[in-house]
Design a protein around this ligand. Structure first.
Ligand code: PFF
Length: 450
């Protein structure tokens, strides 16, 4: 089944891991996880989220890896090559390209916030404020025009990296960055644990109150599991199409998952002690982390120096994720539609810019906007909710059905066990989860939510 790769591949084993971890680890862990956990009751959310990571995330990640590496094709081409007479599977690719651009749009808004905070921190203006001041500082910023500027600027930076191609842009950017960010997070985490609200913060995050579990919590946790691992939209499939054939898939998946969970946990352990020490509300939503982080730097010794470094790393971590979501559409346009890489990048970024500006405006001039017959609409929330909680799990369900039922079982097994590593023993369990657990579980959760 494996045909000769028609395209550039990641050059080193470190490059493969750095790129996939770089895609997985990002604002999803540090910004989205704490805010989702905060809104959805803390511990109960965490338990279900981790359960979903293992029951749905690991198998779907392995499936995307297997599909991508075996075909060395983009998310539409891959299904066309494997099942040329079943055009239905095109739908996975369409969902993937569309949700990639959608996520890129709202993600760039948050990445833009990190840029603003980086420059504010450089001026030394992030530290030394009261909770009320931090709150008003942030809302003043988000209700103005600057987030629009930063969104556009961030997307331009993203363009400059992706246009250089996979090896030069993606691999290099990711190599040093992810480990450095994790070290920094660990240091800040230790600091948070010395705060007076640490016990309350940790109890909120780690002591599950199962009476809090509602359908909204379950679907939120499922969405977060997919979002955090960049799954369900063919992002990992696209990256796996750049894997050399000797990449061990299950082991690479295991490394990615472990580092991804670890980063989210560290972010939680960093944020919630501060939330309870300074009297923030954990239910604040998307703005939570940006109000809380400055409080950390006020408290930490040398905080004024750490702050710009942290926001810069956050910006870079966002970049390695947005590079990967842009690549889904770019790979399709260049391989299937014969568009040049430069043009493909320009098209994807241009669409994301229009949508991204709309998302940025939904915190300011378009806040509280309503449409006749529909009621209040917030474009940012619609983009975030629809992509993460609906499109990604739907894509994940289709991918698991395809890998579990449509693909020859021996082919799937062979992909998962070549080359052989100790992780190969997991292959039968992964195949089982893909066939029987993932599709059913996702379907049940969807139906229960209706
Ligand atoms: N996994 C990324 C994060 O946690 O920040 C977000 C993401 C990247 C989602 C790539 C989807 C994607 F295709």
């Amino acid at each position: 089944m494996s045909e000769k790769p028609k395209q550039q591949l990641f050059t080193t084993r470190l490059g493969v891991i750095a790129a996939t971890v770089g895609s997985a680890v990002g604002l999803g862990n540090i910004w989205r996880f704490p805010y989702e956990a905060g809104v959805h009751g803390g511990g109960a959310f965490l338990v279900i989220y981790i359960l979903f990571i293992f029951l749905l995330g690991v198998p779907v990640l392995c499936a995307e890896f297997a599909l991508g590496r075996s075909t060395h094709m983009n998310v539409l081409g891959c299904f066309r090559q494997l099942k040329p007479r079943q055009p239905f599977w095109k739908i996975v690719g369409i969902i993937g390209v569309a949700s990639g651009v959608m996520i890129l749009s709202f993600y760039s808004v948050i990445a833009g916030w990190t840029l603003e905070y980086f420059f504010v921190a450089l001026r030394g203006d992030v530290t030394g404020h009261t909770t009320a001041e931090l709150h008003s500082m942030f809302s003043e910023f988000t209700t103005g025009w600057r987030p629009v500027m930063w969104t556009v600027l961030f997307l331009l930076v993203n363009y400059c990296v992706i246009v250089r191609g996979v090896q030069k842009g993606v691999e290099k950017a990711a190599n040093i960055l992810t480990p450095a960010l994790m070290v920094l997070l660990a240091v800040f985490c230790i600091n948070s644990l010395t705060m007076s609200g640490a016990a309350d913060g940790l109890a909120f995050l780690f002591k599950p109150d199962f009476s809090q579990i509602t359908p909204a919590v379950v679907i939120g946790a499922m969405g977060q599991a997919f979002f955090s691992l960049s799954l369900g939209l063919g992002c990992m499939l696209t990256y796996a199409s750049y894997f050399p054939d000797e990449t061990p898939l299950v082991r690479s998946a295991a490394v990615t998952v472990v580092l991804d969970i670890l980063t989210a946990l560290m972010a939680g352990m960093l944020i919630f002690p501060v939330v309870f020490t300074y009297g923030f509300s954990p239910q604040e939503g998307p703005t939570l982390v940006f109000e809380v982080l400055p409080a950390i730097f006020t408290q930490i010794s040398g905080g004024a120096l750490w702050a710009p470094l942290f926001f810069f790393m956050l910006f870079l971590a966002s970049l390695t994720s947005t590079i990967s979501m842009s690549e889904i559409g770019i790979a399709w346009l260049t391989q299937d539609r014969g568009v040049s890489r430069g043009k493909a990048c320009a098209v994807i970024i241009a669409i994301a810019m229009v949508c991204g500006v709309a998302c940025a405006l939904s915190f300011s001039y378009w806040a509280g906007m309503s449409l006749p017959g529909i009621g209040e609409i917030n474009i940012f929330n619609i983009f975030d909710y629809t992509s993460s909680n609906i499109l990604l799990p739907l894509g994940g369900m289709l991918i698991s059905i395809f890998a579990g039922w449509m693909l020859d079982r021996n082919v799937l097994r062979r992909e998962l066990t070549t080359p052989v590593t100790a992780f190969a023993v997991l292959a039968p369990a992964i195949v089982f989860l893909l066939r029987y657990v993932c599709p059913v579980m996702i379907l049940v959760i969807f139906v229960a939510n209706l």
